[in-house]
Each structure stands twice: as structure tokens, then as C-alpha cells.
Design a binder for this molecule. Structure first.
Ligand code: PLP
Length: 297
């Protein structure tokens, strides 16, 4: 579903720029958004390999953890979440729901977690095996999805986000965490279009390298830009101005956004419009990638 944003709420002189939103958030609050695209081919592959348990990793508020747990429950797959941080006896909404969806949670300290998230596929497999075995899980039944669904099959799924008529747009924008979604957009746009990623994480080299690796393996791709000016200090960081903006935006447009990803994207895109960084008359499409699961009780 694509909807219009009335720019006069936010920008004094919009110079005939038009802004629309591709709402991936309306599908399902837990499994919708960009995560369903990144999971689609991973779950298919797991089944093709006769694996009945999905193992993945994430932070305590991770939208990816929430989506994996819920989708696995729906598809009768087991799931294991390796969670950054010490065992949180007081579960937050994300972890409580993940457990209700049948996900087994394994907590690892920040140092060990860092080693896991930066490991390559082979090292990751070897680091995770003992963790699973300590928890009496047979690792031969498990299929590993990296943090955030950041792998080739996640990229393949992200290339389907624009599978609807979007030729009219000059710019297609999304929030970027690992950049897998941005790569998917960049790989599926037309030559006259540019993909714009507003980074939600303060790590240009990580995102940029990830995007260019995916694109170098794809048949063709369009131009992309990675904008680092609206990270608000890093992943999960925000300030009163950003939080006030997300509330106002949600109230004025009836499209709920949050400060971790989509708030930064819309804040950034509107600032770029104000600063004249998009040409007069541009047609801009922002992808609402979801991320609202932790707001739902
Ligand atoms: C995970 C997530 C992203 C980041 O996606 P990447 O493909 O890792 O860049 C963006 N928006 C929302 C709402 C997310 O949950």
C-alpha cells in the first residue's frame, strides 16, 4: 500500500516535491515490515535442507528476533534466539512474546555477543554449536540466520520490496541498519532512480561494505546514497527532538513511526527536503519498514 504525505505539515516551501510512503508496516505488526522479506527465502532454504529449527541472534528489543519467533511459530519451526545481555529475568515485550511464540532464549554477554555478530559464516557456525549443545539443542537440526537477516537470501528477499509499480519515483528511501534492505532497493530500482539509505547506526564502513558486497554479486543495480547525518549518535540512540518529531509525525499523518529506524528516516528525508538536497519536483518514495512490535503490549 502506497499513501501520500501532506508535506505542508512539515516543510514551508516543498518546491513541488511529492512524498509517498510504501507501507510494509500494515501487513503484520510483528512479522511485517522488511523482516518478512529478509526471512522468506531463509525459511524456505531451512525447510529444503530438512532443518526444523531456526537459530538467530539479536538485541533484547530486536525486531528481527520478534519476527523470527513469530514466523517460525506460524510455520511449525522451532526457534532459538541468542540474545545480547545477561539473562533478563524481567522480560521486555519483545522477549516475552518471543518466548510465548516458542523461541528458546540463550543469553550471552556483550563481549561474546560481539564476537558472534562480527564472525563470518563458518566461524559463526563453530561458535554457536557449543552454545546450542550446552542447551541440549541438536545443532544438526538447526539452520542459522545471521543478525538482522543479513545474508544473501535476506538480500534476495529484499529485492522484492519494490515488486509493484514504482517507476514514477526519482528516489526510493529506507532506514539502514545492516544495509541489506538498502541493497535490495538499489538492486531493483530503474536506471533513472536513486536509492537513499538513512543510517540508523553510526557505522558507515560496515553498512557501505555490506551494500557494495551484495550489489557486486547482483546482475545490475542502480545508484545508492548512504546518509550518515541522522543517526542521532548511533543505534537505539535518540534525543527529545527526535522523539517529539516521531510523535508529531504519527499524530499528523496517522502513520505510526518509532525513533530507532523509521523516525530517523522521516526526520532525515524531511530535513533534506528543507535543505534543498532533492531537486525541485522530485517524487520521493519512503519505505516504512515496520519496527513497531515493541510498542505493542
Ligand atoms: C531491521 C530494520 C531496519 C534495518 O534493515 P537493514 O536491512 O538491516 O538495513 C530498518 N527498519 C526497521 C523498522 C527494521 O526493523
Amino acid at each position: 500500500m502506497i499513501v501520500d504525505i501532506d508535506l505542508s505539515f512539515f516543510v514551508a516551501d516543498a518546491r513541488q516535491i511529492k512524498l509517498k510512503v510504501l507501507r510494509l508496516d500494515t501487513e503484520d505488526v510483528i512479522t511485517g515490515g522488511n523482516k518478512s522479506f529478509k526471512l522468506k527465502y531463509n525459511l524456505q532454504e531451512a525447510k529444503n535442507c530438512n532443518k526444523n529449527c531456526i537459530v538467530t541472534l539479536g538485541g533484547a528489543f530486536s525486531n528481527h528476533i520478534a519476527a523470527v519467533a513469530h514466523q517460525c511459530n506460524r510455520e511449525n519451526l522451532k526457534s532459538v534466539g541468542i540474545i545480547r545481555g545477561d539473562d533478563l529475568l524481567q522480560r521486555n515485550v519483545t522477549l516475552k512474546r518471543a518466548e510465548e511464540d516458542g523461541m528458546k532464549l540463550i543469553f550471552v554477554n556483550r563481549k561474546d555477543y560481539h564476537e558472534l555478530r562480527t564472525a563470518d559464516e563458518t566461524l559463526l557456525q563453530s561458535l554457536i554449536k557449543p552454545l546450542l549443545e550446552q542447551n541440549a539443542i541438536d545443532s544438526t537440526t538447526c539452520y542459522l540466520v545471521p543478525e538482522g537477516g543479513n545474508n544473501q537470501l535476506g538480500f534476495k528477499g529484499s529485492c522484492e520490496i519494490l515488486n509493484l509499480p514504482t517507476d514514477d519515483y526519482d528516489f526510493v528511501c529506507c532506514a539502514a541498519g545492516t544495509g541489506t534492505t538498502l541493497a535490495g532497493l538499489a538492486a531493483s530500482i530503474k536506471p533513472h532512480q536513486t536509492a537513499v539509505g538513512i543510517a540508523a547506526v553510526n557505522d558507515y564502513d560496515f553498512i557501505n561494505k555490506n551494500v557494495s558486497t551484495y550489489l557486486s554479486q547482483s546482475q545490475s543495480h542502480g545508484e545508492y546514497k548512504l546518509i550518515m547525518d541522522y543517526t542521532f549518535g548511533g543505534f537505539g540512540k535518540s534525543n527529545p527532538e527526535l522523539r517529539k518529531f516521531t510523535e508529531e509525525f504519527s499524530a499528523l499523518t496517522s502513520i505510526t513511526i518509532e525513533p530507532v529506524y523509521t523516525g530517523k528516516m522521516f526526520y532525515g528525508i524531511l530535513q533534506m527536503i528543507r535543505k534543498g538536497e532533492f531537486p525541485q519536483g522530485s517524487n520521493i518514495l519512503c519505505v516504512h519498514t515496520g519496527g513497531l512490535q515493541y510498542l505493542q503490549i
